[in-house]
Design a protein around this ligand. Structure first.
Ligand code: GCV
Length: 681
């Protein structure tokens, strides 16, 4: 038997992330049967074979027992005996699987090859526990159908945004200087990591589609097909961001009007060629009429006209169009208090509910503004019952420390997914997108640790796991990640490494929130690159992100009574909760209300004292995280430890800068001293 080339763990100089070879030790030392046919079954077999080559076990494709592990498709006949005993009464779906252990045999059964692959990675997660005692049959199915990462990767290096827009982990793993990167080993390793956490779709270029990227749809399609070939064995489909103006930009037509017959024919023809080249192509991602990208407004058409045009072309192939709801006026006059960027997505899209074709998926950022560390959940999610929705999260840490700060985002995402737009007792966001899509903006690049900050790997892992099962506990997900990534290679003291990582990461999102913009008001970052504090940086710009601080108070009045009326976009009870000064949750107070500095929060503190207290506390917590990390030298690989230590030094510096700028700003505005007499510069 030939053992295929390693796909990842042995890539020279690249960290193995959550799939170090040691994570396969339990499987690799045992006897395994891989039963069934199909490309992905081959992948399962190869994974096991590679582990066996390393650890001395054995893998077969046909029954010649006894076995410790049986990985089988339910369709196979005759089903191996051990598998037949746990055959589920009901189908588990294309990607689901059953795992059980009886009479010393661990069994994974799946209806489809993708399910078998996910079942294999479940066994990897369990490690030795997969082979201990008895295990009653557990059924696992993904909560969402599409678990997708959008790459904001440019093919050409963009003069301002570089190779990856909002990328903090080096260059693109797909593209370099206008061309595909020749060696796809890195992409293969990425696919493998993604399959291990459940991701099954990727879009491979930036939603801001520039001239070269537009050609990926036409004469550069082969570049996309090459990537698709490498992702396919791991059950991942390729999607492409396209420009709405493609018929003009790369098609030579005089118009991109969605109701023009030639334009329709053009999209139909081009899409047909895409599927001839990539038969399992996933579909298009579109950012239209947003931040300068072209869209249907130029032709007096609306976004349903635009999205349906592309959806019609994709429909014969079961392709989908992810149409982004991130549409707002980025040329706003800051003097105009009646325009509210938070309102924009709802105002544009809610009236269109029911007009989108079935294969349009409206992709909605989780908050109404733009991936801030704290925002309310977007009201669009409750407003479009007749439209398929995807929720978009930002795994790349544009506004959450840019992969220089530790900021474990799973607790925030868990809150978003668990939020009940219709109040307690109603459906959660996870239910609204149930069976649909969760999309994340990827945080990887060609950095040796994949994510710049080695601990930011946990965000990528957690994205996949929460997309599969949105109700997972973020701390438990972190444990999984620690067990896979660090336990097999920990220098002897797994429990101490675990404690250190929990101490540094569990609360890191809330810590970040404490030392940055207060009480949900958002931004206060340096314009352009968005790193570090600049309280008034966006205050007098056209971008629609203001805090309105003056000598008396701060915050944005979004009430119906006296403000922009944004609270009215929520169904009850939230429309009332957010409208009410007394009822509004503290952490969102300044998102919804403009209040005096002396306003008393539900916590009992005044707004101004809360600002001081949280900023002092947040900066202290980062110092404490660094102390915990320093103490753990010796538990981790020295170069990884050193990289995280350097980054924590930068995080301490930056958190103190945030603390001092924000505190000084509000002290100077308000004249109110800190009740505890601490030094404010
Ligand atoms: C890809 C924010 C970011 C942009 C990004 C945009 C989007 O505005 O700063 O870099 O563009 O969101 O989501 O389209």
């Amino acid at each position: 038997m030939t053992i295929p080339e390693p796909a990842g763990p042995d890539l020279a100089g690249v960290h193995a992330a959550w799939l170090p070879p040691e994570a396969f030790r339990a499987i690799g030392s045992r006897h395994t049967l891989v039963f069934g046919e199909g490309g992905l079954v081959g992948t399962v077999h190869d994974e096991v074979a590679r582990a066996c080559a390393r650890y001395g076990g054995r893998v077969r494709r046909a029954e010649a027992g006894p076995y410790d592990l049986v990985l089988a498709l339910t369709a196979g006949e005759p089903l191996p005996e051990a598998a037949a005993e746990v055959r589920p009464a009901e189908a588990v779906g294309d990607e689901g699987y059953v795992i059980a252990r009886r009479d010393g045999v661990t069994v994974v059964l799946a209806d489809g090859p993708a399910g078998l692959l996910y079942g294999l990675f479940h066994v990897v997660r369990l490690g030795e526990r997969a082979f201990a005692g008895e295990r009653r049959a557990e059924h696992h199915r993904p909560a969402t159908r599409r678990r997708m990462l959008d790459h904001w990767d440019n093919v050409d290096v963009h003069p301002v945004m570089g190779q990856v827009e909002r990328g903090y982990a080096g260059g693109s793993i797909f593209w370099r200087d206008g061309a595909p990167r020749g060696d796809l080993a890195r992409v293969r390793a990425y696919a493998r990591l993604l399959a291990a956490c459940g991701v099954n779709a990727i879009s491979v270029n930036n939603v801001n589609v520039h001239a070269t990227e537009a050609r990926l749809l036409t004469d550069r399609l082969g570049d996309v097909a090459a990537i698709a070939d490498v992702l396919r064995p791991y059950g991942i489909r390729v999607h492409l961001s396209v420009s709405f103006a493609s018929p003009v930009a790369v098609g030579g037509l005089p118009t991109a009007d969605p109701l023009d017959e030639d334009v329709r024919k053009w999209w139909t023809g081009v899409t047909g060629r895409v599927y001839e080249t990539i038969p399992d192509f996933g579909g298009y991602v579109v950012k239209a009429d947003s931040e300068g990208q072209p869209g249907p407004f130029a032709y007096g058409r609306d976004h349903a006209d635009g999205a349906n045009l592309l959806a019609e072309a994709l429909a014969p192939y079961d392709g989908v169009v992810h149409w982004r709801a991130f549409v707002y006026n980025h040329r706003q006059d800051w003097r105009d208090r009646s325009t509210d960027r938070a309102r924009a997505a709802y105002d544009h899209f809610a009236p269109l509910d029911g007009r989108f074709r079935d294969n349009v998926i409206l992709q909605v950022k989780h908050g109404p503004i733009d991936f801030q560390p704290r925002e309310p959940v977007s009201p669009v999610i409750a407003a479009m019952p007749a439209t398929r929705l995807a929720v978009e999260l930002q795994v790349t840490q544009e506004y959450t420390g840019q992969q220089r700060h530790v900021c474990y985002l799973a607790p925030m995402w868990r809150e978003v997914l668990g939020f009940r737009p219709w109040g307690p007792g109603g459906a959660a966001v996870a239910d609204v997108i149930g069976g649909g899509d969760l999309v994340g903006v990827s945080n990887v690049g060609d950095d040796p640790y994949w994510t710049g900050h080695p601990l930011a790997q946990a965000n990528l892992y957690a994205f996949g796991r929460l997309a599969w099962e949105p109700r997972l506990d973020p701390a438990a997900v972190l444990d999984e990640w620690i067990d896979l990534t660090f336990a097999p290679v920990a220098n002897g003291d797994v429990e101490r490494s675990r404690h250190t990582l929990h101490a540094v990461m569990d609360d890191s999102w809330r810590t970040y929130e404490r030392y940055t913009a207060p009480l949900g008001v958002g931004f206060m970052v340096r314009p352009g690159h968005h790193y570090g504090p600049d309280v008034d940086g966006y205050e007098y710009t056209p971008w629609g992100t203001y805090h309105f601080a003056d000598r008396d108070g701060v915050g944005v009045d979004r009430t119906r009574a006296t403000g922009t009326g944004f609270t009215g976009q929520y169904p009850p009870p939230w429309s009332e909760v957010y409208e009410s000064l007394a009822g509004c949750p503290d952490e969102l107070l300044l998102f919804f209300h403009h209040v005096p500095y002396g306003h008393v929060l539900r916590s009992g503190s005044t707004v101004i004292q809360h600002i001081y207290d949280t900023h002092f506390a947040g900066a202290e917590q980062v110092i404490e995280a660094r102390r915990r990390w320093e103490e753990a030298a010796g538990l981790f690989d020295p170069s990884l430890h050193a990289r995280v230590k350097d980054l924590l030094d930068e995080q301490v510096r930056c958190a103190q800068e945030w603390r001092d700028q924000v505190n000084a700003y509000f002290f100077r505005k308000s004249g109110v001293p800190d009740a505890h007499g601490r030094r404010i510069p």
